[in-house]
Design a protein around this ligand. Sequence first.
Ligand code: ATP
Ligand code: MG
Length: 205
Amino acid sequence: MDDKTTRIGVMGGTFDPVHNGHLVLAETVREQFSLDEVLFVPAADPPHKLHREITPAAHRLAMVRLAVDTNPHFRVSTVEIDRGGISYTIDTIRELRRRSAEPVQFYFITGADAIMEILSWKEVETLCSQCFFVAATRPGTDGDKLTAFLESLPASVRECIHLTRMPALEISSTDIRRKVSDGRSIRYLLPETVRLYIGNEGLYV
Ligand code: ATP
Ligand code: MG
């Protein structure tokens, strides 16, 4: 990779809602891999989450916009929401590459839990030729299971996966939604602007 290649992190997620775990993950990877920027890409209709009602994309997008606002290296991309329907990572990376005039190396950022679903993704080998993956271990990650999983992958796939450690933040969107519906505090788990948005819009009650 030459010096002119732009390094862009791609942080996909449902972001229902976005929280400090996502933000710390993105910032940790940005710093570690010297990324020029991180794009947050809220999913329109993610293939692995069809089992529950997802908050309308307009709300999830608005919350991500509020969350990234204070970091000059963070941006939001509506590529998946614009496309609508089920979005595969390969299609998203292809579309982002099409939109970029310069040579780009993409780093798709995920939690270690999400990387373990990689083999169920569409065109995984092609995907690995299109971007690197950065998988972060988070609370609850089974290290032995992850190692065994990585060893089971074909070399061409394994080689595009980088592991990273990040400070453990035991925060999940599921837990935040549950807390709101139970009337409990979600302060300090996510940006204050997002917390206020949730309250004003009456989300998750
Ligand atoms: P849900 O509880 O609804 O599954 P989530 O908190 O896992 O939500 P997602 O939008 O599913 O959030 O996650 C987007 C990405 O962020 C995934 O790759 C996930 O592994 C990662 N992630 C989420 N929370 C954390 C955290 N606390 N630490 C590190 N990575 C995280
Ligand atoms: Mg999740």
